[in-house]
Design a protein around this ligand. Structure first.
Ligand code: KIV
Length: 269
């Protein structure tokens, strides 16, 4: 019998209990090797549907399929041990009805072994959030700028610039919190509105372009690593991965052209 204690993954209720405490650290990841690195420092890892743009060159998240999310979700769960893995429900897989949402969320949970799903929308999705959580599926909600609705919203626009819209945003956040969401992503939102929502809801708020007033932060990994040549304005870039990859690829190409690669002991025999 093994005497080693198994490493336990962070759970959705543990994230909820962090409300108002030490800030919650999160990044996206779509890929086993990067997820293994992020796992050392993040409380939860989001397999976001932003992978449609980042990994697959799509123009928006609208074209992302359930199969794609499941494939990347599996990779991230395999690459990690500690962080809670949350997988996005893609556009068209949950809006129709709570039972359609349950069928697709259950498929994500079973096939990827992730610990929770995320879906976009406030008051309009509250019934679905309740339906899923009552049936064993932890749900992270996402309000403010909701990228799956940008065709209706008219683009990626910061929310709450007009103070008259604040009550609607506060009601959206309260509706999903009261329906049982374990945490709430606030995207693209002015600081005083994010601060008000964070004060008024009982679950942690996770900001992305929504100020440091939230209970935690999330960024798209490739944006903060410097791999995206045009990251959103609010992103602080912590690395220069694009430049490093280019320098390495150039050095490799130069070596191959010089016929100095591979060396004798690197050849398979
Ligand atoms: O898909 C994604 O990466 C997200 C984050 C922006 C929160 O939903």
């Amino acid at each position: 019998m093994s005497t080693q204690k198994p490493i336990r993954r962070t759970t959705a209720p543990q994230i909820t209990r962090r409300k108002g405490g030490e800030p919650i650290v999160s990044l996206t990841s779509y890929h086993a090797h990067t997820a293994a690195i992020v796992d050392k420092y993040a409380d939860f890892i989001l397999v976001g549907d932003s992978l449609g743009m980042v990994m697959h060159g799509m123009e928006s998240t609208v074209g992302v399929s359930l199969e794609l999310m499941i494939m990347h979700g599996k990779a991230v769960v395999r690459g990690t041990q500690k962080a809670l893995v949350v997988v996005d429900m893609p556009f068209g897989t949950y809006e129709e009805s709570p039972s359609v949402a349950f069928r697709n969320a259950a498929r994500i949970m079973k096939e990827t072994q992730c610990g929770a799903v995320k879906l976009e929308g406030g008051q309009r999705m509250a019934e679905t959030v309740r339906f899923l959580t009552e049936r064993g599926i932890p749900v992270m909600a996402h309000t403010g700028l909701t990228p799956q609705s940008t065709n209706v919203m008219g683009g990626f626009k910061t929310q709450g610039r007009d103070e008259d819209t604040w009550p609607m945003h506060v009601e959206d956040a309260k509706a999903v919190a009261e329906a049982g969401a374990f945490a709430l992503v606030l995207e693209g939102m002015v600081e005083p509105l994010a601060a008000q929502i964070t004060k008024e809801v009982a679950i942690p708020t996770i900001g992305i372009g929504a100020s440091a007033e939230c209970d935690g932060q999330i960024l798209v990994l490739e944006d903060m690593l410097g791999l995206n040549p045009t990251p959103p304005k609010f992103v602080k870039v912590f690395g220069n991965l694009g430049g490093q990859i280019e320098a390495a690829v150039k050095a490799y190409a130069d070596e191959v052209k010089d016929r100095s690669f591979p060396t004798e002991d690197q050849v398979y025999r």
